[in-house]
Design a binder for this molecule. Structure first.
Ligand code: ATP
Length: 337
């Protein structure tokens, strides 16, 4: 679906083509990610939005080659490396090999909803930060500690030279989140992947963390992939948006078009289910039903069973192509002209 390729445009840092991740389970093949195309530009944020189970997390795990067993990843994951701008296909690297480990944490890093997952409880924040810096950046321990303190300061940690010697459980939730962001940023990654990083935080801290990610993106020029089910967060963070449903991108567009010209009935349903951004004077509605498990799905559109506009004999016959409606705007729906 891409209009230009990573090979022709230096601004593109990551290009994913026909990415699939299937889990072979006793019940059948679970198609968690099923033919995803994405592109990420330097200094931009790509938001990935969709309900729980739509394949957002597995998509980013596949990009980093950290999918849980028995998941199998297929497709191209072209990444522009820092060194000489060389383009490599992460999908072709061995998931435990040194090159992918060098990229993970060094050039592409990730923050999660639950910061405790990112830290070991038995080592201080400082030890864990300096270890990452020593692995990817400098070999000098004193310098690594200085970089760690500077990074903690950059993410708004008060008294970083004291906090650095604390254990993760000694920090408040907001401070732990900042420490995890520091961990993700200490090696100046080209791409930061944020998977629902603020869901567990209270509203004020959430706003601070979002500001922090936006400022860092502006100051360092790194690109961000931001996963959320919250369209309010998308409005604040994203430049472009991929709406996912059942392992597929169903709509892909810039953030303004998403809010003012969404075409896929699923995207429209998501928009109508949020209070502040839903069209004023319209009744608040949620999409009926839940996301089915992507095993042995019937032919046709994945959203068929929940779509108010669905037409029997039209939407449930063939796989639905991803069609360009205008420059930068793609939709997977046969009812869209
Ligand atoms: N290790 C696994 N084994 C089997 N199925 C898995 C595994 N991990 C994820 N899945 C399935 O893959 C599908 C996509 O999951 P994924 O976590 O990517 O969804 P998500 O959109 O990120 O949801 P959430 O917002 O809840 O994190 C789901 O049906 C999920 O049950």
């Amino acid at each position: 679906m891409h209009e230009t390729s990573i090979n022709d445009n230096e601004e593109i840092i990551l290009e994913v083509n026909n990415l699939k991740t299937y889990f072979k389970l006793d019940e059948g093949i679970l198609k968690a990610v099923d033919g995803v195309d994405l592109q990420l530009k330097k200094g931009k944020t790509l938001g990935i939005v969709g309900e729980s189970g739509s394949g957002k997390s597995v998509t980013t795990k596949a990009i980093l080659q950290i999918v849980d067993t028995p998941g199998e990843v297929e497709g191209e994951i072209k990444f522009r490396r820092r060194k000489n701008g060389e383009i490599i296909d992460i999908g072709k690297l061995h998931s435990k090999g040194s090159e992918v480990r060098d990229i993970r944490g060094g050039e592409i890093s990730m923050i999660f909803q639950e910061p405790m997952k990112a830290f070991s409880p038995i080592h201080t924040i400082g030890n864990q930060l300096t270890e990452a810096i020593l692995l990817h950046d400098t070999k000098d321990e004193k310098e690594a500690r200085k970089i760690a303190i500077d990074t903690l300061e950059k993410v708004g940690m008060s008294n970083p030279d004291q906090r650095i010697d604390q254990y993760p459980h000694e920090l408040s939730g907001g401070m732990r989140q900042r420490a995890m962001i520091a961990m993700a940023l200490c090696c100046n990654p080209s791409i930061l992947i944020a998977d629902e990083p603020t869901t567990a935080l209270d509203v004020t801290v959430q706003a601070q963390v979002l500001d922090l990610i936006n400022n860092l993106k502006e100051n360092t020029g790194s690109a961000v992939i931001f996963i959320t089910h919250d369209l309010g967060v998308i409005a604040e963070m994203a430049d472009d948006v991929a709406v996912m449903y059942l392992g597929k991108v169903v709509e892909y567009t810039d953030v303004d078009t998403l809010f003012f010209g969404a075409l896929h009935p699923y995207t429209q349903g998501l928009l109508q289910s949020i209070p502040s951004l839903a069209m004023i004077n319209q009744r608040l509605e949620s999409i009926e039903g839940t996301v089915p498990t992507p095993i042995n799905l019937p032919k046709g559109c994945g959203f068929y069973s929940r779509c108010k506009k669905a037409k029997d004999g039209v939407c449930n016959v063939d796989d639905i192509p991803f069609v360009k409606v205008k420059e930068g705007h793609y939709v997977r729906c046969v009812l869209v002209e």
